[in-house]
Structure formats: C-alpha cells, structure tokens
Design a protein around this ligand. Structure first.
Ligand SMILES: [Ca+2]
Length: 422
C-alpha cells in the first residue's frame, strides 16, 4: 500500500484543432517521473447521457488501460442495471438533460430480479421515462492522440471527435489525476453540459498481486487475473480468492500430465504451462512477487486417495536470477501428518536440467526431472514428473514427509500472499 498521494489539476480547452491541457509543474514532473506515457484515448458516446472513456498509457515497460464510464443514470432501474450489487440508499439520478441540480433519491426495494421498486424523487418533480426511451442505441467511437510534452498535453482530435464533442454539448472543465505509487493512476474528469454537469472517475490500477485485487474488488472470485508484481512485470495468473480468506497468487499448479515440467533454465525463468491448468509462473515473476520479503507460502497437496494436506511457511523469498533464485523459507506449519519436506531445500539455488546449482556431485535436476531448489537432492519434488502409476523413485510429483514415501501425488498448488494478510 503506497501512501504517496499527489493530486493536481489541469485545464482542458476544446478549440481549434486540439484540446490543450495546461499542466502545472507538479503535474508535468509527476507524469515524467512516473514514466506514464499516454498512448491513446477512445471515447464512446452512448446517447446524450453516457460517455465512455478508454485511455491507454504506456510505461517504459508494460502498458495499462483506463476504462471509465460516465453514466448519467436516469433512475434507480438504471443504477441497478449498471451496478447490480447496489443496495438501498441514496443515489444521484439524471431524469433528463435539463435537470440542473443533482437529485437525491432513495432507491428502496432493490429486488433480486434486477428491477427497482418505487422511486421517490424529492425535488425534481420529473417522472421517470419508460425503459424503451432510456435505451439509446447511438454509438460513436473515435480516437484521439494525447501527447505529453513541453508545457502541455495536446489531444489531437479527429474531425469526427470534434463534431461529436460539439454536437453533444460536452465541455471539458477540469481533470484531476491522483497518482498512488508507481502503479495506480486515478483520473477524475469533469465535463459540463449546456445544462447540468457530469464527472468521470476512473482508476488505473496495476495491481501487484491477488491480495491487492481482492482488496480492490472484495467480491472477486477464484479465477484468472492480470497482476503487475513490479513495473517491469505483467503476468496472467490464477488467483485463489477463497482459501483461508483468499488473496493467494498461485505460482505453481499441478493437477495432470498435460504440461511437461522437465524444462530448461529459460523456461523456468519465464514461466510455462496454462494458467487455467498446470503451470509455473516463472522465477522472475516469483522473485518480483517475493522480493519485498513480506510474503508467505502455502502449499496444498492431494493424494490419489483424495486425502488432502497443506503446509504454510511464515515467509517465502526467492532471490533474483543474479543469485540463481536462491530460496529462503520461514517457519513451517503443516496439517496433521505432514512433515517439512521443503526444509532440505532452504537456502538452495535453483537448478534445471541445463543448470546444475545443487550440492550434489551429480546433477539433481536431470536425475529428478525437475526444476527445483535442489540440494542433494530432494525431499520434495513438486515439479517432478506427473505419474498416476507411481514408481516411488522421487522423480515424480512427491512430498516425502507425508507418510514417508515417494508415492506420486494427485495434485499440488503453491501460492503466496503478503504476511500481514493472515
Ligand atoms: Ca551438482
């Protein structure tokens, strides 16, 4: 959680061939320092009351998108359609374009079928329109280019864009940007209609991990998400949002024989497999996720008998490639009957079939068919071969101190989250 919070204002004037955003010095230095580069913005106008803004910013490495919608919602039904989880409460509605003041209404009886109950408009005196009239079909998409440079941001407008902005009587008034650390940019824009005004609020959040996604969207479910462990790294990943409070970033998963885990250094460095199936996230990404030294590890195991167990390590750190992804583990805790088969690998370097960094005169990775923090060599081999007909030779997906056997396991998951989230 970054605490840095910069709010600044720019002025945007529509006129001539471009929109000029006059930047304060603070704004300029913020944009420069943080290495955001705006690439393009798409506006979609859906009827006179809704404006979608999609902006694309480019970092030195990686890129991000802003998607925002300004909806001047006419009534509680529209609010419910737009935000299905809305509860009874006070909302702002725009019964029509001429309504000058914000009308505060209570939206009672939000029903499970998505239809709102009666609306109680307290001062506007305007009756809600029928649904048929509310649903505009007009859809205009156009593009402008936004260049940051010199003393201003210039928005190069296409003729279509200019006429759209003029015809639809939107007038930009001001935009506030809030930069929260290097990864999150909030954009608040204010547009003025001939009568009435609207606000755009959008957030570009490059969320570091599944815990941040969960914090940002508490109702997130288990599934595939994009994370940005650091400014250089963008990864698609599976988030476990349900186990023990959720927020787990899955770095490894084995549940079948579909993906070969006998791989070289480069593959383990970059990651491989399929996010919805078996995969290794990649050592660079795992380093980026754990380099703050504040992550814990959870390992979930299952036998073919369907018996389950899990282990946690109070801390989990994987060093950079320069230090051969050295492993550092905190305190082990396992469910009943599960011993610590990863302790043997603590402080070890990562080894692959083409890179022997182990403590064995031989080559553990080649013998045991896995990229792992081999010592001499393994008590656990979660990247070993996937076998349903176990040979108990340690070359297969296994965790010795669970019954003191090398019997192949049915599944394994390795996942991390920040320690303070326990
Ligand atoms: Ca060796």
């Amino acid at each position: 959680m970054w605490r840095l919070f910069v709010i600044t204002t720019l002025i945007c004037c529509i006129g001539g061939d471009k929109i000029q955003l006059q930047l304060s010095d603070q704004m300029k230095s913020m944009l420069m320092d943080s290495q955001w580069k705006h690439e393009r913005t798409d506006l979609s106008l859906k009827g006179p009351m809704t404006l979608d803004v999609h902006s694309k910013f480019k970092l030195k490495k990686g890129e991000i998108f802003i998607k925002s919608r300004v909806a001047q919602l006419k009534d509680c039904t529209h609010i419910k359609m737009n935000r299905p989880l809305s509860r009874d409460g006070i909302y702002t509605i725009y019964p029509d374009l001429k309504t000058k003041k914000l009308s505060f209404v209570t939206c009672p009886l939000m029903e499970a079928d998505g239809r709102s109950g009666k609306e109680d408009i307290n001062d506007a005196g305007v009756q809600p329109m029928t649904i048929a009239k509310k649903m505009w079909r007009l859809f205009v998409i156009t593009t402008l280019i936004w260049c940051i440079g010199g003393d201003e941001i210039q928005l190069q407008l296409s003729d279509q864009m200019k006429s759209m902005l003029m015809d639809s009587q939107w007038k930009h008034e001001k935009t506030d940007l809030s930069l929260k650390g290097p990864m999150t940019l909030d954009v608040h824009s204010k547009f003025k209609l001939k009568k009435g005004e609207i606000f755009i609020k959008s957030r570009v959040a490059q969320l570091k991990d599944c815990t941040h996604i969960k914090m940002n969207q508490p109702l997130s479910r288990d599934g595939i998400y994009t994370i940005y462990p650091d400014l250089k790294t963008k990864k698609t990943v599976f988030c476990d949002m349900s186990t023990d409070g959720g927020g787990w970033t899955v770095i490894q998963r084995r549940k079948g024989a579909g993906v070969n885990f006998t791989r070289n250094w480069k593959d383990y460095k970059n990651g491989f497999g399929h996010i919805d199936d078996d995969y290794w996230l990649g050592n660079d990404a795992i380093h980026a996720l754990t380099k703050d030294g504040k992550q814990m590890l959870r390992i979930e195991l299952q036998k073919f008998s369907r018996e389950k167990a899990h282990a946690t390590y109070s801390s989990f750190f994987v060093d950079s490639e320069a230090n051969r992804y050295q492993l550092k583990l905190g305190t082990f805790h396992g469910t009943s009957g599960l011993g610590d088969s990863l302790r043997h690998n603590n402080h070890m370097y990562f080894s692959t079939i083409d890179s022997d960094n182990d403590n064995n005169r031989g080559d553990c990775a080649s013998v045991y068919r896995s990229g792992w923090w081999h010592n001499s060599c393994v008590h656990s081999n979660l990247n070993g071969k996937y076998r349903t007909d176990t040979k108990k030779d340690g070359k297969e997906l296994s965790w010795y101190h669970w019954g003191n056997t090398w019997a192949a396991l049915k599944s394994a998951v390795m996942m991390v989250r920040p320690i303070q989230n326990v």
